[in-house]
Design a protein around this ligand. Structure first.
Ligand code: AP5
Length: 211
């Protein structure tokens, strides 16, 4: 199964990708997680991309395509993967198509999580993340602890989850990523799921679209 999860910031791509990964036994490939890991480790790539993430702008396509090319070429991706946060522009989608052709692979499906902006601003302003293991806490669902229940790490808010940065990320999504919906619809690959439903309902709906 080679699956793309498309959706605005906060639509639930990461939440659903983790569940699909566990259910289907395929890795979650999140470009956002890979970039944040480089920033945390202070690598050269991390230093180059930090400003883009802090502002809520997209990292240049060429850097992202190099990262994804490297990741999808690894052994654990042979049987499939779920792409979370990639592609995000039409050139990235075209780059992915070229990469898949070189690897002799085909996409299985593209699932779009449909949402609306105000709900996403609320979700992301309430999201807290463990600095140690990346566990997700959301103040709308339950009180957020100071320390992570899984690893004891410090729980804090992502710099780009401040309300004004979230609004900028949503604008960037509308301008640069939303056109991918038409792109994949035109290729006959798109399936739509209501991303505002409860997490479990969204998960079941995604599995149902995969047949
Ligand atoms: P990235 O990390 O990909 O961020 P994003 O797309 O903005 O996605 P989020 O992680 O904010 O949201 P999500 O859709 O995964 O939602 P989640 O499941 O966490 O990218 C960050 C930055 O990296 C970008 O701005 C850019 O700079 C750079 N970047 C990354 N990829 C790039 C690329 N390909 N090209 C260029 N630049 C790139 O859920 C959000 C919250 O809502 C959580 O608290 C969750 O618990 C809650 N929630 C989820 N689902 C539900 C539900 N159904 N009901 C209620 N609450 C829910």
């Amino acid at each position: 199964m080679r699956l793309i999860l498309l959706g605005a910031p906060g639509a639930g791509k990461g939440t659903q990708a983790r569940r699909i990964s566990a259910e289907l036994g395929i890795p979650q490939v999140s470009t956002g997680d890979i970039l944040r890991d480089h920033i945390r480790r202070g690598t050269e790539l991390g230093l180059r991309v930090r400003g883009y993430l802090d502002r809520g702008d997209l990292v240049p396509d060429s850097l992202i395509l190099d990262i994804v090319g490297d990741r999808l070429g690894r052994e654990d991706c042979r049987a499939g993967y779920v792409l979370d946060g990639f592609p995000r522009t039409v050139p990235q989608a075209e780059g992915l198509e070229a990469l898949l052709e070189r690897m002799g692979q085909r996409l299985s499906a593209v699932v779009a999580l449909e949402t609306e902006s105000e709900a996403l601003v609320r979700r992301l302003s309430s999201r807290w993340t463990c600095a140690g293991c990346g566990a997700d806490y959301n103040a709308m669902a339950a009180p957020v602890p100071d320390r992570c229940a899984s690893c004891g790490g410090v729980v804090g808010q992502r710099d780009d989850d401040r309300a004004e940065t979230v609004r900028h990320r949503l604008k960037v999504y509308e301008e640069q990523t939303a056109p991918l919906i038409l792109h994949y619809e035109g290729l006959g690959r798109l399936r739509r799921v209501d991303g505002l439903a409860p997490v479990e309902v969204v998960f079941r709906a995604i599995l149902a679209t995969l047949g």
